[in-house]
Ligand binder design. Sequence first.
Ligand SMILES: *[C@@H]1O[C@H](CO)[C@@H](O)[C@H](O)[C@H]1NC(C)=O
Ligand SMILES: *[C@@H]1O[C@H](CO)[C@@H](O)[C@H](O)[C@H]1NC(C)=O
Length: 375
Amino acid sequence: MLPDVTVRLWVFALILARQLTMQMMQNPQILAALQERLDGLVGSPSGYMESLPKVVKRRVNALKNLQVKCAHIEAKFYEEVHELERKYAALYQPLFDKRSEIVRAAYEPTDEECEWKQDEEEELTEEMKEKAKVEEEKKDEEKEDPKGIPEFWLTVFKNVDLLSEMLQEHDEPILKHLQDIKVKFSDAGQPMSFTLEFHFEPNDFFTNTVLTKTYKMRSEPDESDPFSFDGPEIMGCTGCTIDWNKGKNITLKTIKKKQKHKGRGTTRTVTKTVPNDSFFNFFSPPEVPESGEMDEDSEAVLAADFEIGHFIRERIVPRAVLYFTGEAIEDDDDDYDEEGEEADDEEGEEEADEENDPDYEPKKDANPPEECKQQ
Ligand SMILES: *[C@@H]1O[C@H](CO)[C@@H](O)[C@H](O)[C@H]1NC(C)=O
Ligand SMILES: *[C@@H]1O[C@H](CO)[C@@H](O)[C@H](O)[C@H]1NC(C)=O
């Protein structure tokens, strides 16, 4: 049972959000239909309920109260799932550590460890083999003595649409230095959260060796809407300060602006620094203000952010090699319709619709991000 439930929890949330962003937004009718269904689930007043005798309605209320109690038990269940995840994270970790060592050339795997039998389907003809061999040798000549697996994480990023959409050309030289991504779960008894740690080798761009992004979760039914509870939700996130070296802050750009003096008609040029698109903006997400009120842009940015954080934790980190080779991407694509492919253009505007997805709505009572914890 357990795998089913966790799969339902994580994958369904992911797919729903993906569908909303990628595919539904292409088609207002689908969106409207989906919204109707969501509304229906939340329990729009139906004529039937109205028509019931008072005494029956009264008993239905009793059933609903039982349902609320179920939601609270379900919340406990997910807390235990989180505990299990923590326990198993410790079992995976040595393997992820070894992966990291191989990627960054701290460990050279033995011949035995490197043996991999090819699928029979993929048997190559002699001719193809010969061709591949020649190309292989040519490549080896070009890149003499590569260390570990060069650009492993950058390649993963480029291969995953969700991440490559954030990636700018000027981010790439920096991400070449990314050596590992780790997921750390909150300790037992602490509020539920997970932290993504991005480990970098020493580089010219910033002095940090680890950049962190923490996602706060909540696994308890909302008092005002207990029936919408469907497992832990991401409530908010905090990034960290990147200590950019001088002149390397790619999240900023300077622009020259011509200003005209109204009275004299003379013009002068002023330079201004403005935010620049960059993956590294991921580490300074919009803050959820105390009041919980956010503008639509920030909400859309956060909704996308939660989806990305969740995806990195749930898919990328556990199966990085398959995103590097591209094998995992085919699997993911099966979940989506073709239409989704063209959705990119309008993204900014339509993403706000994600707020209709209960799993990704930044909650009103989310805690304001706390001070960055650097490690
Ligand atoms: C700002 O972004 C553009 C492209 O999006 C890039 O070419 C440029 O290098 C960036 N500016 C800085 C200062 O890094
Ligand atoms: C880098 O740019 C961001 C804005 O994108 C700014 O908040 C931050 O203070 C800058 N950091 C440094 C070290 O200049």
